[in-house]
Design a protein around this ligand. Structure first.
Ligand SMILES: Cc1cc2nc3c(=O)[nH]c(=O)nc-3n(C[C@H](O)[C@H](O)[C@H](O)COP(=O)(O)OP(=O)(O)OC[C@H]3O[C@@H](n4cnc5c(N)ncnc54)[C@H](O)[C@@H]3O)c2cc1C
Ligand code: SF4
Length: 454
């Protein structure tokens, strides 16, 4: 089941013009206590940058955004603002909330076009810091530590930096050049990025401390897709959301070959399932089903994501479960021994205990069986940490399924090892990962600067 914190709502839209941006900034009430600024988990201060835009301090606005959040251009495009700053803006009593993300996108784009460099390397320090994972959490921590003067080495398993922004969020929803622009400034701080360099093996994180690093921040995200445990899940044409979305990014022909002209069963009803549905529609799929255990009002996807899916003709099958994936050879009247998917069989479900939305709490309703002819099944039922992460964090204590960290510092119980981002909070958002990276960097600085005991 998709975790409840998953919440991605933005769609791609054109940049505001200068006139539009200034006019929008003039609508702002310049609230004394700026609720919008309190609403950002990453500490962005719309109250300040909107005021700067209003008084034509356009470069200053870009600096305000980026100094607080080095992924400010990216966040303007992907942040779920309806549940953060924009929601808080409504508390100001304004009739229509300010287009905060539109203004942030404008400010950063203006700054980039006019050569603004918001980040600068601090006076050189000798203590080296290692960061595992170049997603939003790792990149933010790296930028902040480099600004404080620390030599930072960023170990990234994949060929490119960016994490889920690079390999997950659909390109039709997020323009990668925004990430590239943020990255250019971050890496320009002199950070050593080692791509294709996974940290592996028992206690791998703590071992970095034996290699001349004084502190380690571990932010490897959640890259193991949960899979259905039903007959037929090994068939050709059954894949996961992450595999499919990575292909959409890197091998569009392969992604299209899976779905074009075929009916698709997406298993899951969260934001990732809706992203998959959107990509299937763009790639020319036939009928697209989203099969979820939750009822329509319980689905984890946001209302506007659901609206978009319904507009795209996605057929939501709420309170339903896939019980079996049927191979071509299993279909009556079909000759041959094909191992390709030909359909799914399932039934409607009900919760055994109302309100407990976990798969173990769902039971089939008798007499509600259904069969769907589909040519591919894409599982979007959540992600967890890979087994490798369990190994590299061997000594770090867990609290339930997650590694335990101090909420104020991201410190684990292992001396000088910090962790953050999705790997400790579960599937979250980019700005939450940014916030973790900032907290970890500040705590590592406090530790290395001797302000705090390890
Ligand atoms: C399909 C999809 C759409 C999304 N859309 C949005 C959205 O619109 N808005 C939003 O705010 N959030 C969205 N999210 C969530 C957001 O992407 C994540 O919350 C965020 O990326 C988490 O950042 P992170 O740094 O913790 O991890 P990640 O982004 O997962 O980055 C972790 C990095 O660590 C690397 N790594 C893993 N293991 C190792 C290792 N052993 N050694 C070295 N490197 C390693 C990985 O390759 C990766 O680059 C989406 C997520 C998905 C899956
Ligand atoms: S809450 Fe809204 S009106 Fe008030 S300062 Fe922030 S953006 Fe302006």
């Amino acid at each position: 089941m998709a975790p409840a914190t998953e919440n991605h709502t933005n769609t791609r839209r054109p940049l505001l013009t200068l006139q539009q941006a200034v006019a929008e900034a003039h609508r702002c009430l310049l609230c004394h206590d700026a609720p919008c600024s309190k609403g950002c988990p990453g500490g962005t201060d719309p109250g300040t940058f909107i005021r700067q835009l209003r008084f034509y301090n356009l470069k200053g606005a870009a600096r305000t955004v980026l100094r607080n959040n080095p992924l400010g251009g990216t966040c303007a495009a992907v942040c779920p603002v309806e549940s953060t700053c924009v929601r808080e803006c409504l508390r100001s009593g304004i009739d229509r909330p300010i287009d905060i993300d539109g203004l942030q996108a404008f400010a950063v784009a203006y700054g980039r076009q006019h050569g603004v460099r918001a980040l600068a390397r601090g006076a050189a320090r000798k203590e080296k810091v290692a960061i595992v994972g170049a997603g939003p959490a790792g990149l933010t921590a790296a930028a902040r530590l480099a600004q404080l003067g620390y030599p930072v080495t960023l170990f990234e398993a994949r060929p490119k930096a960016g994490g889920m922004l690079r390999y997950g969020v659909p390109p039709s929803r997020f323009e990668e050049h925004l990430l590239d622009a943020d990255l250019e400034e971050i890496l320009g701080l002199g950070i050593e990025l080692r791509t294709g360099s996974p940290i592996q093996g028992d206690d791998g994180a703590a071992h970095l401390l034996e290699q001349d690093f004084q502190a380690v921040f571990v932010a490897p995200g959640l890259w193991r897709s949960y899979r259905l445990e039903v007959p037929g899940s090994e068939l050709k044409g059954v894949t996961t959301a992450l595999e499919f979305l990575a292909d959409v990014h890197n091998d569009a022909a392969k992604a299209a070959a899976l779905v074009k002209g075929r009916n698709i069963a997406i298993v899951g009803g969260g934001s990732v399932a809706m992203d998959v549905a959107r990509c299937c529609r763009e790639l020319g799929a036939g009928r697209i089903y989203a099969i979820a255990l939750e009822s329509m009002t319980e689905l984890p996807a946001q209302p506007d994501e659901l609206d978009q899916a319904l507009k795209d003709g996605v057929i939501i099958k709420p309170q339903c479960q896939v019980a079996r994936i049927v191979p071509l050879r299993g279909l009556p009247g079909v000759a041959g021994a094909g191992d390709e998917v030909a359909g799914v069989e399932g039934h409607e479900t009900e919760w055994i205990e109302p309100g407990k939305l976990v798969p173990q709490n769902a039971r089939p309703v008798e007499g509600t069986g259904f069969k769907l002819r589909v040519g591919a099944v894409i599982q979007a039922i959540g992600q967890g940490p890979t087994d490798e992460i369990g190994k590299i964090l061997t000594q770090v204590k867990k609290s339930g399924p997650r590694w335990a960290v101090d909420e104020a510092t991201q410190a684990t119980a292992v001396n000088r090892v910090y962790a953050g981002g999705d790997v400790v909070r579960g599937a979250g958002t980019v700005v939450q990962a940014v916030a973790d990276g900032k907290r970890a960097a500040d705590a590592i600085h406090a530790l290395l600067d001797g302000k705090e005991r390890a």
